[in-house]
Design a protein around this ligand. Sequence first.
Ligand SMILES: [Fe+2]
Length: 248
Amino acid sequence: MLHIIQITDFHLFADPQETLKGVNTLNSLSAVVRDCRRRYPAPDLVLVTGDVSHDGSAASYQQCGGILADLAAPVMFLPGNHDVVSVMQQEFPSGRISNERCQQLNGWNIIMLNTAMHGEEGGFLVVDELAFLDEMLQNWPNYPALVALHHPPVVVGSRWLDAIGLVNVEEFFDVLDRHPQVRGVIFGHIHQVFEMQRKGVHLMGTPSTCIQFMPNEGDFAQDHQKPGYRHLTLHVNGEIETGVARIA
Ligand SMILES: [Fe+2]
């Protein structure tokens, strides 16, 4: 069994006082991490699925390290559209935060993908990234797999968000469909809960640690639900139990 916490879309700034739509994103991340520690004191792994930084600054990544250390678990991460990949890879790993992009843990294969396109809000899996996914799945055919990426590989029902999702969805699912051991796909970017099944694969979107987006809107609209995160229990038989928690 593998206990995972997914936290996503922190949108931190170089200046710790700065806010996004009235929310201090650093304080909001701290509150989420406190809640998570209280309810889930001993996860095996924490997955950070992008938009750690809002401004791409070295300082924003450095501030985050100390807060995540409180989760007392190894951390794997991937970039979102607001992250600057080179800065993130250099500044973010510290303590138990690692640059590792694929790990086998408690019978599961965890794979982190990069869908960030510099300067674009939408996401794309370049040829090398698709090949990496294919290779990691080929290498461990008998391990159920959880694949993580920032951009949703499906429409979520909000026109403005669906215009900035993953562009080459078909190529992504072409790879997944060759590997029936893939059981789950998790993503960020949409700042709301989303769950659906596709060919036996559980697709999961997760609230942000800061502001929330209103579901099923044509244009951007802010939802006043609380910041949150996702917990997952991955069973060795490939079963996934999951849910979302929000701060009080
Ligand atoms: Fe994003």
